[in-house]
Design a binder for this molecule. Structure first.
Ligand code: BEZ
Length: 249
């Protein structure tokens, strides 16, 4: 069981900001015509298409078949592979691995980075962005309080790294960090139900086995607790923090 069931329709209607923000990350890649790039955790393939439009041979890799069905339908000329980030291979070593908003979902970071290092050519680039240290801390802490006040355990399921911790891991696997930044990026969730929708979409696991009425009570309490801080003029602005890194093998 993962912390999310990727629902491609819900994603497209409410969470397209994920790949929209990814456009900026793409600009960190040094691109040469025809270079091979894996879009790791490509989801609906929108950034794979962007990479392809920049003149690369882009290959999308994702663990969710539901998202890949949509990606293949939208971009039939592109190659998409259903595989886990910790074990994927595309049959040859690649010039670059790109990833947006994926690594914080992955439990085994050492397996992930070892596989990235293995799949890159010598001199190959890793360009990635994901949730950094402190990401959605107000939401996580509020959920934790609401679970605990009902005698329930709230498990934090995401990996939100500091720069130092991640640089150390990358260097251990032979990837030299050339650029790293950690920054706050308040992230808009549309409408009155924006925060509740976000919790329903992205934070499934802690609610497993919790009665549905209690689940809704918890979410409503979190919404009311955070409304004065995160709700402005009809929309929610979640306390996202991003870590953005470029490293070379
Ligand atoms: C993120 O992209 O930072 C994120 C998304 C869902 C849950 C937690 C973090």
């Amino acid at each position: 069981m993962t912390n999310i069931k990727w629902d491609s329709k819900n994603y497209a209607s409410n969470f397209s900001f994920v790949h929209e923000y990814g456009q900026e990350v793409v600009n960190l890649l040094d691109v040469t015509e025809g270079m091979t790039v894996v879009d790791l955790g490509c989801g609906n393939g929108q950034l794979t298409k962007k990479l392809s439009d920049m003149g690369t041979k882009a290959i999308g890799v994702d663990a969710s078949e539901d998202m890949l069905v949509l990606a293949r339908k939208s971009y039939p000329k592109l190659e998409f592979i259903n595989s886990d980030a910790t074990s994927f291979t595309v049959g040859e070593n690649v010039d670059a691995i790109f990833s947006n908003a994926v690594f914080h979902w992955i439990d085994n970071q050492d397996d992930l980075i070892a596989n990235i290092a293995k799949q890159l050519k010598e001199g190959g680039q890793l360009v990635c962005e994901f949730g950094g240290y402190g990401n959605t801390e107000l939401v996580q802490a509020s959920l934790e309080r609401e679970f605990q006040s009902r005698g329930l355990h709230y498990r934090r399921n995401f990996y939100f790294s500091t720069i130092g911790e991640y640089a150390f891991k990358l260097e251990k696997h032979g990837l030299l960090v050339k650029y790293a930044t950690l920054f706050e990026r308040p992230t808009k969730q549309i409408g009155e139900d924006g925060l509740a929708n976000w919790i329903h979409m992205f934070n499934l696991l802690p609610f497993q086995g919790v009665e549905e009425t209690v689940q809704e009570e918890i979410i409503q309490s979190v919404v009311e607790e955070l409304r004065p801080v995160l709700y402005k003029e009809g929309n929610w602005y979640l306390d996202y923090v991003r870590i953005r890194i470029k490293a070379i093998k």
